[in-house]
Design a protein around this ligand. Structure first.
Ligand code: ADE
Length: 414
């Protein structure tokens, strides 16, 4: 039995999902193929994903392939209750509602695991690490991971010989990482900041902590909106890249003094600490777009504060004991999903084509995969790009036989 907030929201959810379907033609093409071939017959899937309209399109695609699908949320604030209601009405076993407590969050994960899945789809590794810790792995063929943070956790498990099942790092597909992480995060993070505050971006000093793919996309979009962009980094290679991309690069202690808006996208903890907050200008806005709410030390923010009030959804004003004001967005949880709706459908379609096709790949390779972290097969990655290009009517050049031969040979030189 699904557990959601309110089934009467299903009609609103249906309309949202229909709109998403219109903007995810590549994934709808995969759905058509799944409807014909039914490649997931007899497969039970448990997915721990942000419950958005795009995830609904994925869940329905997997169901079209004849899979039985259970779904729980991958973040306490990212579930869209209307979408959850619609999916529950469509026969998906949904265990998710907006604003779950930590205890409820893990209850939902355990409900999804109790459906007896064969394939686990994760976003952040909480579902699969729960299955591993609680030894609920019977019948499981493979796990798939959607995000960088989750892949890092699985690689750590692999290193520690604690990985108990094969994992496909869907995040690492080029048609995921180079699109979703860069373009998706760039747009959806600004979207979250704007929905929470409606401030003018032009002319602001926008500090991006972390210059991985997400940071790169965010910096570019903020620059495009007229911000002066400052990058903080710990990795010298990424810092040098940011410097050559034309951004000011400095440590957070320095950046804290100049920034108007701060966004963390590092995947690490304590990137903005009390000592940074003490240096910030009154009125500074801080937000996080990394997977977990550990990047901004909100406990230290609270202990520096004399009080706080909620001005509007996802916008909290902290009054520091010194009299300064600091605004925190979405409680320091991922601002793009908590204050907005996550990445747009067009971007999620390539990420989720990879998910759907990797589920099929895992089902077809039952028993043949080892307990290690796999990359997405190149043919799948390439096929996803072809599907997306075809949906836009974009044609590419095709290698001639001579060009193929040239690329494969080592004899030719100067
Ligand atoms: N991650 C980022 N954006 C998302 C979306 N729209 N749906 C599901 N997961 C996401």
């Amino acid at each position: 039995m699904p557990k959601i907030k309110d089934l009467s929201l299903a009609e609103a959810g249906r309309l949202k999902v229909e709109f998403a379907e219109q903007h995810m033609p590549a994934l709808m093409r995969v759905r058509q193929d799944f409807e014909k071939a039914k490649p997931l017959k007899g497969i039970m899937i448990a997915a721990c994903l942000h419950v958005t309209k795009e995830t609904a399109v994925l869940a329905k695609t997997l169901a079209a392939g004849s899979a039985e699908v259970a779904l729980c949320g991958s973040n306490p604030l990212s579930t869209q209750d209307d979408v959850a209601a619609y999916l529950a009405k469509e026969g998906i076993d949904v265990f998710a509602w907006h604003g779950v407590t930590t205890e409820e969050y893990y209850w939902c994960i355990n409900q999804a695991l109790a459906t007896g899945p064969n394939i686990l789809i994760d976003d952040g590794a909480d579902l699969i690490s729960t299955a591993i810790k609680e030894n609920k792995l019977e019948g499981i063929i493979c796990g798939l991971e959607e995000t960088t943070t989750g892949v890092i956790r699985f690689k750590a498990m692999e290193r520690d010989k604690a990985l108990k099942l094969p994992i496909i790092a869907v995040n690492n597909a080029k048609t995921k990482m180079l699109l979703d992480n860069i373009i998706g995060t760039g747009q959806s993070t600004l979207d979250g900041i704007l929905r929470a505050t409606n401030i003018l971006l032009a002319g602001k000093t926008f500090v991006v902590a972390g210059y991985g793919n997400c940071g790169k996309g965010l910096a570019k979009r903020a620059e495009g909106m007229g911000c002066k962009v400052v990058i903080t980094e710990t990795d010298p290679i990424k810092a040098l890249q940011a410097f050559y991309d034309g951004y000011s690069v400095m440590g957070m202690d320095e950046a804290a003094k100049t920034g108007d808006i701060f966004v963390t996208v590092t995947g690490n903890r304590d990137v903005i600490k009390g000592r940074h907050i003490e240096k910030m200008k009154s009125g500074a806005i801080i937000a996080n777009s990394g997977h977990f709410n550990v990047e901004i030390n909100t406990e230290e923010l609270s202990s520096l504060s004399a009080g706080k009030r909620t001005l509007r959804p996802n916008l909290e004003e902290y009054r520091l004991k010194t009299g300064k004001i600091i605004y925190l967005l979405a409680e320091g949880r991922l601002v793009n999903l908590a204050a907005a709706e996550g990445h747009p459908s067009e971007i999620m379609q390539t990420s989720f084509c990879n998910q759907a096709l990797c589920v099929k790949h895992a089902a077809q390779n039952r028993g043949r995969l080892e307990k290690k972290v796999y990359d997405v097969p190149h043919e799948i990655d390439r096929h996803v790009a072809e599907l997306a290009l075809a949906s836009y009517g974009v044609k590419t050049d095709i290698l001639t036989q001579e060009q193929k031969k040239y690329l494969e040979s080592w004899e030719h030189g100067t």
